[in-house]
Design a binder for this molecule. Structure first.
Ligand code: DAH
Length: 339
């Protein structure tokens, strides 16, 4: 019996050494130490031994059992380590490989110019106001001193919604809303969509964008207006640009002016972009009409102000040399990718 145990010990150790996977080890555990295992069978037979022999064989059997258990454990650990090594090898990442390319979106040219202008005005101490696209007759016309018979009020020019409501034809109503809300001093701009009845063609769109500015304080004069607008045109069209103020008329400003910038394409020589005049018209402006101030509850004896409104679609078209306004609305990626 002792020989049998020693043989089993040897057999088991050899088999354990040779086994190359964990499953095989589990089978060996059953084969030798399981309920019907080879070592277990020997232990069971111990009852037949003489009382003297019993403790000797029992001790040996336990030693063999412990030995096999120990070897199984050691080999199991070895195999687990190897397995882990293999796994790590497979999982290594080659950080020198180029990554998958993510295609990035970009800003619409309209948004580019809006962002640039907003930045500039914020730097000059303006804040940004908003107003609704659906306006009332009062804010869009009446409070801006636009008389009842003014052609802009015509159904041919203005989209009326229903009742007193209409789609704003310019951003100027935000001037009124701001004056009513906060009172002087005021230094704001607003940017937004405007609507006019117009056939869509290369240079006209029934929906377009305006940027409106309003400054009201004590002692504001036309020279302040000039200073701000020269700053703006040079920021957008370049430092070398000339700025020209032409007398004009708007019901809500007095005096009023239209502002041109010297053509950046031909340096004022005359070219197709500027219709051979050397100038590009970019905005309307003026000193706020005292009547408008009074209607919004501002004392025109104490306060003066200036206002201006520019068409941003036209500005983007000049700046980026876009020859058809419809490109701004088509959302054709081949076009948008150029900016
Ligand atoms: N609201 C005018 C338009 O749409 C533009 C304009 C002109 C705005 C003069 C002003 C201004 O604030 O002072 O044609």
């Amino acid at each position: 019996m002792e020989k049998k145990l020693k043989d089993l010990d040897k057999e088991a150790l050899e088999k354990i050494k040779k086994s190359n996977d964990i499953e095989r080890l589990e089978k060996l555990q059953v084969e030798f130490l399981g309920k019907n295992g080879k070592v277990t069978a020997v232990l069971r037979g111990m009852g037949k031994l003489s009382p003297e022999k019993r403790p000797v064989v029992g001790k040996l059997a336990n030693e063999v059992k412990e030995n096999i258990e120990g070897e199984l454990k050691t080999r199991l650990n070895e195999l687990k380590k190897e397995e882990e090594k293999e796994r790590l090898k497979k999982e290594t990442i080659d950080i020198t490989l180029p990554g998958a390319e993510v295609s990035r979106g970009r800003l619409h040219p309209m948004q580019l110019i809006i962002g640039q202008l907003e930045d500039l005005f914020l730097r000059m101490g303006f804040s940004i106001e908003e107003g609704p696209d659906v306006e009332t007759d009062y804010y869009n016309f009446e409070a801006l001193n636009i008389p009842k018979n003014h052609p802009a009020r015509d159904m041919q020019d203005t989209f009326y919604v229903e009742g007193d409501f209409l789609l704003r034809t310019h951003t100027s109503p935000v001037q009124i809303r701001t004056m009513e809300k906060q009172g002087p001093p005021i230094r704001i701009i607003t940017v937004g969509k405007c609507y006019r009845v117009d056939e869509l063609d290369a240079t006209h769109s029934p929906v377009f964008h305006q940027l409106e500015g309003l400054v009201i304080d004590r002692g504001i004069s036309f020279s302040h207006l000039k200073g701000v607008l020269i700053e703006v045109t040079r920021e957008i069209f370049g430092e070398e640009r000339e700025v020209r103020f032409r007398p004009s008329y708007f019901p809500f400003t007095e005096p009023s002016a239209e502002v041109d910038v010297s053509c950046f394409k031909c340096q004022g020589e005359g070219c197709p972009l500027c219709s051979r005049t050397g100038w590009l018209e970019i905005l309307g402006a003026g000193m706020v009409n005292p009547r408008v101030l009074e209607m919004s509850g501002i004392d025109s004896e104490k306060y003066t102000g200036f206002a201006f409104g520019m068409g941003l679609d036209r500005m983007a078209m000049y700046k980026y040399e876009i020859e058809d306004i419809r490109h701004l609305w088509d959302n054709d990626l081949r076009f948008l990718k150029q900016f």
